[in-house]
Write a protein that binds this ligand. Sequence first.
Ligand code: CA
Ligand code: CA
Ligand code: CA
Ligand code: CA
Length: 499
Amino acid sequence: MISPLLVLAILGADFVQQEFDGVIPYEPAPYGTPEKGKGFRLGDFNGDGASDVITKDTLLFQIDGGFPRRGQRPLPNFGGRAAGDVWGLDLYFLLADRLEVVRWSNDTWQRVLSQEMVWPRAGLITQLSSSPEENSISFATFLFDLDGQGAPEIILPGEDGVHVYRRKGPFFEPAGTLLAAVPPLTLANADNVALWPKERRVLAPPTQTRTFSFTIQERQIRLAYASPAPGGMVQHRICQYPVLTGEAGFSLGQEPALDVTSKPVPPGVNAMFLNNDDAIDLCQTQVTSMLTSTVPVPVLNVSLSTDGGETFTSIRSVTLTTTPRFADMNGDGFLDFIGERTALFDGGLRETLLRAMSRRRLEHEVRVHLQSATKGFSNTPVFAHLFSVDLDKAPLHQSPLFMRYTRGSLLDTQGDFDANGFLDAAIQDRPDRISVYRGSQTGFDDAPYATITLPAIESFCVADLNADGRDDILADAPVPGAPDRPSRTSIYLMKGGAQ
Ligand SMILES: [Ca+2]
Ligand SMILES: [Ca+2]
Ligand SMILES: [Ca+2]
Ligand SMILES: [Ca+2]
């Protein structure tokens, strides 16, 4: 007879908790973006083949598949605001007036380069200059291999174009300003925006009246922006230029490799990358309310086009959240739309009031609309799943947990915890629990695949921290027995289980 324990060992998938004394800052990345969470970076910083994690203050080396305390080291102190990016073993930090490159070697931080720089005063650098007395580290994307030589160039948007710095000998030097061929744009500040797909690292240069973003891939730069069209409309445009490399630096080829324009659309219609083809994808989000019986029901209307505005599919969600969710649920390279329906307003005024005043259980339906290569988005869901969430207090009390529900923060559909290529649902379904449901072509499993229990979870984030192909979870909760101390981040690594 096989011991039940042995069967569990073979089939059981579960999270393994790692101890961490501080806080790993994170926020879920926007849907459909390559990076799952901000505030930390992954990379192999000691060259042992195992991916490590770097946070704003700590480097966590992976040892035996986990991140034990004995592998945690503090980051260097640069005496100012620094933005970090990772290239191989090296950590690059931009400060307002200099560049620092460090590497972990012989069990300590080695300074590879420290160089005074004059950066373009825009975007990221403006942020770094804004509080000179502050001593902190954040992460940004500014390293790209523009010439395909294997070493990174530093790329920073400025008001006159995109500035490139390349290494010559031991130091970096200015190596050209790109986008001179593009119509002049008016600039202001904007955060970095990462665009799908994964291979394309993206910066959003500063913008004011028009947004423009660019991606760099295979020595081509792709620029997306909107310009005014007659009748108060806008037209979205994508141009792609080859980047030329010469002794004097980098420049853009004169002939665009791609130049596509959308139909004129109203100003609220935004360009998005919903798939990998050359047609411009568009998304319009409108929050309205629908009056059924006497209860105003909040509705999120999302209109999507994958053909440059020729045709739109409209999908209506009954939800308190105002941001649409996208994720490639079936791993085919086409971002899918995650519709939602809260049952909070079902059954009319009396039922809604009763529910708000006295019931702690919420029913929440997740509706997956797949995107097809030829037909765009399905306007009816391919599958739907009803989840139950047990709140700490009835909705009327507006507890922090309920407020997180209204912002959509109790659900994450960006993780693949069993590495089967289908995204799974992680849902905080109790104040002290996160449950993971496996996804497939036909829907989410009825029973959870794994759960995390931690008192009074305040937030969570999904990312594959140890780079084993299975997503893991970071969760913040108060330190037990120390209510006055700040909350602490716990790391949960997904281990084992049948696929
Ligand atoms: Ca390592
Ligand atoms: Ca898909
Ligand atoms: Ca999965
Ligand atoms: Ca993992």
